[in-house]
Design a protein around this ligand. Structure first.
Ligand SMILES: Nc1ncnc2c1ncn2[C@@H]1O[C@H](COP(=O)(O)OP(=O)(O)OP(=O)(O)O)[C@@H](O)[C@H]1O
Ligand SMILES: [Mg+2]
Length: 504
């Protein structure tokens, strides 16, 4: 459908279009469009829609004569006196052979502009053996494929404010990773969303689609009896686990922790702190810091998953990972405790990191999904953990970090710059929009699009797809997922699908 004509254009500044639509509400920011040049089709996205200021409109507004003015001009004999405009950003040029070129030129005056169609975008998004659809191209009935093989090669981020569909998008990403067999996943499932069914909205989780390939562990086995209980041995706790878990330790408490760690002898760190008397450490540790530390440690006692003298579950989890399983760690009642989440995620990741970096054997690729990532990567705590390193180095190993967060601005800048792909959902806080897009060329254009995008839409950018793209995330339900997963080659999945009758 024709929507307008070019009235001005600039390689750096974008294209200005006079709309021929009677109602500008038919167009939305982020919609893909084609400007018909002589040699090229200019593939663009709508960056802004506006009505220019008009002296006539200013005089007429409010005096009750609005209906006498031919505002919806195309039906009138007056021509289009009061046009609406759109600003387009050129993303790619397509020549007559269907080859893609960089946007280094502009279309002529009055070039026709229309909404993009399936035939236009088919030339851009070409599926391959490791790609699966993530949803429709915004405004076009065309499914955009993301290359999940590429996605899991390097760290990536999923950002968006609360309630816009991050967890559902994560589930689509995880299911697609498993379907394409490009890696396994480990999820710290704070809100019981990823196992068999989500406790929050009852949507199917990973174990629903991949019962044989996903193992669920539970920190709170009473709440999930089908899962394997997960506990850790107290002696495995290090200063960094405690620093991360509490987030609010002062510098002198942190120093005290390291002194106690050095002097613990054959005892474990937790017992050492618990038994330490202020007099014993006079001159080394300030008594108020020691007492504050002791108070914090008492809170750990409330966690039933910390035990003494048992073989901890990490060994079992690791052998399952080595056997090619994906892991969902269900937090149950502990999901409400940020301390327990930070504590457990840090312990597991630290131990995985040391196993993977030792690389004694070829370990299966594991993608670690870290919700509330900023809590691990805030500049203040980042120096005490391996998450920083993990984000920077893991491409060398088979351990890949996927950051999921509502507040990208609070994630260390250096870590953000390592993300090879970003899936950005709606963000409103300008500092978050800016942080989510840091380092992206033409950041300003995308900032406008991200801050006006509705929920369940995502701006996907990075090397897992040919160009930055706004996608309406597919409706996450059994039938839809079945349709997508059916594309898979894996015999196992076909069999699973055929056994589930609600699919058909
Ligand atoms: N693609 C989708 N298909 C179907 N429903 C969706 C989709 N995306 C989001 N929803 C609906 O929106 C709700 C919120 O989505 P979700 O839980 O993924 O948000 P979130 O960004 O993870 O929120 P929070 O920040 O609170 O964790 C879901 O419970 C679901 O009902
Ligand atoms: Mg969520």
């Amino acid at each position: 459908m024709k929507i307008g004509e070019v009235i001005s254009a600039s390689v750096l500044g974008g294209i200005e279009v006079k709309l021929t639509l009677n109602n500008p509400e038919e167009l939305r920011v982020g919609y893909p469009t084609i400007v018909k040049g002589k040699k090229y089709d200019f593939y663009c996205v709508v960056q802004d829609i506006y009505t220019p200021k008009s002296k006539v409109i200013e005089r007429i507004a409010g005096i009750g004569k609005e209906e006498t003015i031919p505002i919806e001009a195309h039906d009138s004999a007056y021509g289009n006196l009061f046009p609406c405009m759109a600003k387009l950003k050129v993303i790619q040029l397509i020549n007559e052979k269907g080859e893609l070129k960089e946007p280094e030129t502009i279309p002529p005056y009055l070039a026709e502009v229309r909404l993009a169609r399936k035939e236009d975008v088919e030339k851009i998004y070409i599926p391959n053996e490791t790609s699966l659809p993530m949803g429709n191209l915004r405004g076009v009935s065309f499914e955009v494929n993301l290359d999940f093989g590429k996605l899991v090669e390097k760290p990536f981020g999923i950002f968006g404010r609360t309630g816009v569909g991050k967890s559902i998008l994560c589930k689509i990403v995880c299911n697609s990773i498993l379907a394409k067999e490009v890696g396994n996943v480990l999820i710290f499932d704070m809100h019981q969303e990823y196992g068999l069914f989500s406790k929050t909205d009852n949507t199917p989780g990973l174990k629903y689609f991949f019962p044989e390939r996903v193992e669920v562990f539970a920190l709170d086995p009473v709440a999930n009896r089908e899962a394997k209980p997960f506990f850790i041995e107290q002696s495995k706790i290090t200063p960094s686990d405690i620093i991360i878990a509490f987030q609010d330790l002062s510098e002198s408490m942190i120093d005290a922790l390291y002194i106690l760690e050095r002097e613990k002898g054959s005892k474990d760190l937790v017992t050492t702190i618990r038994e330490a008397e202020p007099e014993e450490y006079e001159g080394k540790i300030h008594s108020s810091s020691l007492l504050a530390l002791k108070r914090r440690i008492e809170r750990l006692r409330r966690f039933d998953f910390v035990r003494e003298g048992v073989e901890d579950s990490f060994t079992q989890m690791l052998s399952l990972i080595k056997a090619g399983k994906s892991i969902v760690l269900d937090f149950g009642k502990y999901g409400l405790s940020t301390t327990s989440y930070l504590f457990i995620a840090n312990i597991i990741t630290r131990r995985l990191y040391s196993t993977y970096t030792r690389q004694e054997e070829n370990l299966p690729k594991l993608i670690l999904f870290l919700e509330e990532a900023h809590k691990f990567l805030e500049p203040k705590v980042a120096q005490h953990t391996i998450f920083n390193k993990l984000a920077r180095e893991t491409r060398k190993f088979n351990l890949i970090l996927a950051l999921v967060d509502q507040r990208p601005s609070r994630i260390d800048e250096e870590v953000r710059s390592q993300l090879a792909n970003r899936l950005i959902m709606s963000l409103k806080e300008p500092s978050d929009v800016s942080a989510a897009l840091s380092g992206v060329p033409d950041k300003g254009t995308w900032e406008g699009i991200v801050s006006t995008m509705p929920p369940r839409n995502v701006l996907a950018m990075g090397d897992a797809l040919p160009i930055p793209t706004v996608i309406e995330v597919l409706n996450y339900n059994v039938a839809n997922l079945k349709r997508i997963l059916k594309n898979m080659d894996s015999e196992e999945i076909k069999e699973i699908a055929s056994n589930i009758d609600i699919f058909d």
